[in-house]
Design a protein around this ligand. Structure first.
Ligand code: HEM
Length: 426
């Protein structure tokens, strides 16, 4: 639709771009300056045109309404996850999504709830021992262990074993090297051979465990598909199951890390959530859910989503040429003062005020539209179940937190979070 009246796209000038380069060249700083130019604004990276979309209606257009124009292309994790859901496109993506979707609905995830609860109990036990010993914990490592345990149990019906844990942490270093978005189109130059070796071994192990298990698991869903459908090759089963691990593990763990950091800075919000209702009540669960929602507003872990404009289009009255890279940045939309009053404040209550329910396109930590996060409900459920157990039992006092935030594939605290766990009543 290029016939509509269009106005010139606001674009960062060369001088401002040079100032950004001289000031350290962090992607988040560049995008923040571009955002100042308007809800749809551009900049140039070499001969590549990039458009940043932060306004609510344009966000909906890109992610939900005109998905045939704005496509996912050459996902940054493709060298590791091949044809898995995150990277797939077109008809194969549709078939793969259709197969897994029923497992991840509100009803579907109930099958995995016992596995989540087992992982919660395990983490609670580790914390009980650590609190009794007065130990300083690396809570981010505990939270990563927890979310990995959850997804591993849901895949294989087995608890996470030390060898798998070791391999996945090692493979994670490959992912950590991936930039926020590739400076040139196409895949990055990183050597993924070692990470891929770990991924292969872990996938083989998951399949072996699932084959001998009598309990339901996500790997069995994939193996059944492999037995019935010709597209589900051995390689695709590997890619898909590892996509679930990778998409679901670091993201959830990082959200939980941010949440504990925010509660350390705002202890009254923990008190508020616990005072909302007794253990097990709907009121307390809703307040804890609001803590999660507000954490993901300030730190939408997948803070940047790139799309490729496959055709010319018009966005908020600006012409977008085919070939443009379009960036969605929930991190910036969620902190836009025109959309969110006092955007820098951590105020979970805003999610419980009916009149302030997020308007469409203003809140999308899990993306929007057909490519929105498959695991959104799963992830929120696992976070709420963990917090229902840990928040009343412990006050987490952070002793050492990273001074820097890393803005890479995910937005995360750039280093370990060391904390003391005080048992309730101390
Ligand atoms: C706090 C936790 C999580 C966050 C913030 C998050 C965020 C996202 C976002 C923003 C997308 C869309 C990316 C885009 O449109 O370019 C996405 C996709 C996806 N997520 Fe999540 N995610 C989380 C947890 C999970 C979990 C637990 C799982 C699985 C168990 C999961 C599986 C997936 C998959 C498979 C996709 C690709 C969906 C598709 O393209 O059809 N995620 N996630």
């Amino acid at each position: 639709m290029t016939t509509a009246a269009t106005s010139v796209l606001p674009e960062l000038d060369a001088e401002a771009f040079a100032r950004w380069r001289a000031g350290g060249g962090r992607v988040v700083d560049l995008l923040s300056v571009v955002r100042e130019l308007g809800p749809v604004a551009g900049f140039r990276l070499g001969d590549r045109r990039v458009v940043l979309v932060t306004g609510a209606s344009a966000v909906q257009q890109v992610l939900a309404k005109r998905t045939e124009v704005y496509v996912k292309r050459g996902h940054r994790v493709k060298p590791l996850l091949g044809g898995g859901l995150l990277c797939a496109a077109g008809e194969p993506w549709r078939r793969q999504r259709k197969l897994l979707q029923p497992q991840f609905t509100g009803q579907g995830i109930k099958v995995y709830e016992p596995q989540i609860r087992a992982a919660v109990a395990d983490t609670a036990e580790r914390w009980r021992v650590a609190a009794a010993a007065g130990e300083v914990r690396e809570v981010d490592a505990d939270l990563r262990h927890f979310s990995l345990d959850v997804i591993w149990r849901s895949l294989t019906a087995h608890p996470l074993d030390p060898e798998t844990h070791r391999r996945l942490v090692a493979a994670g270093e490959g992912f950590a090297a991936i930039p926020a978005f590739a400076p040139a189109s196409g895949d990055t130059e990183i050597d993924f051979r070692e990470a891929n070796e770990h991924v292969d071994r872990v996938a083989e192990h998951a399949i072996a465990l699932a084959e001998e298990s009598r309990e339901p698991g996500l790997v069995q869903v994939l193996l059944r598909a492999a037995a019935e459908l010709p597209d589900y090759t051995e390689r695709l089963v590997r890619d898909e199951l590892m996509t679930l691990v990778v998409a679901g593990y670091e993201t959830t763990a990082t959200a939980l890390s941010w949440l504990f950091l925010l509660l350390d800075a705002h202890p009254e919000q923990r008190e508020w959530a616990l005072a909302a209702g007794p253990a097990g009540s709907a009121e307390r669960a809703a307040a804890i859910r609001a803590l999660v929602d507000e954490t993901l507003r300030l730190y939408p872990v997948a803070w940047l989503m790139p799309r490729h404009a496959a055709e010319d289009d018009v966005l908020d009255g600006h012409r977008i040429e085919a070939g443009t890279t379009v960036l969605l940045a929930p991190y910036l939309t969620h902190r836009d003062a025109e959309l969110w009053p006092d955007p820098e404040e951590f105020r979970p209550q805003r999610f419980l005020e009916a009149e302030r329910r997020p308007a469409p396109g203003t809140y999308f930590p899990f993306g929007l539209g057909p490519r929105a996060c498959l695991g959104a409900q799963f992830s929120v459920r696992e976070m709420v179940l963990l917090l229902e157990e840990l928040l009343p039992a412990y006050r987490v006092q952070v002793r050492q937190a990273p001074a820097e935030t890393a803005y890479r594939l995910t937005v995360h605290p750039d280093g370990p979070i060391r904390a003391v766990l005080h048992a309730a009543g101390e």
